[in-house]
Design a protein around this ligand. Sequence first.
Ligand SMILES: [Zn+2]
Length: 187
Amino acid sequence: MAEEIFQQVTNCSKQEARQWFKHIQKCPQVWLTQDALSIVAAIDLAFGDIPKPAHFTDHTHCPECADHDQNLRSHQRESIPRDALGCPGYDPITFCSPDGVAYYMPALVRYALAPSHFDDREWYGEQLLYFLGNDSNTVRHFNPQQKQALLAVVHFLQSSPDWVTTMSGSSHQVDLCMAEQALISTL
Ligand SMILES: [Zn+2]
């Protein structure tokens, strides 16, 4: 759908439109607004030094853990595509170790702050907020600088409720409050 509109507006070929969308799906930084960019810079400062772990999940536990591990091992935080982050029902990050989540956090936040251009995927912010609000083990693992940087993400989304509603088709005030509480209570 978005590809067709882009093709009509720019008068490019169907193939060119598809390639362009493939490219922007890999490069979320090109969609970010100026406000969002400063929040992302703080996230990069707090999480950018985390090395890529050898494994992301308890990969010998079961086929689902093995699948999520293989998926996350096969990407880099600079280029992981939106598709690889799954959906609320099959979300690799919810199986991930705290070190693995920290490694991918710069990518997760970029997707949460970027408008969704992809008809086949939901807005990623929904998954990130749910995760932060419900996985207290991982949130406790983050250091104060990392939690402050994530709080800025939550507050940015809280200050734009219309935008969040537009992105997701429903209100996420509860998820936003739970994520905020989880971060503040462990600071
Ligand atoms: Zn398992």
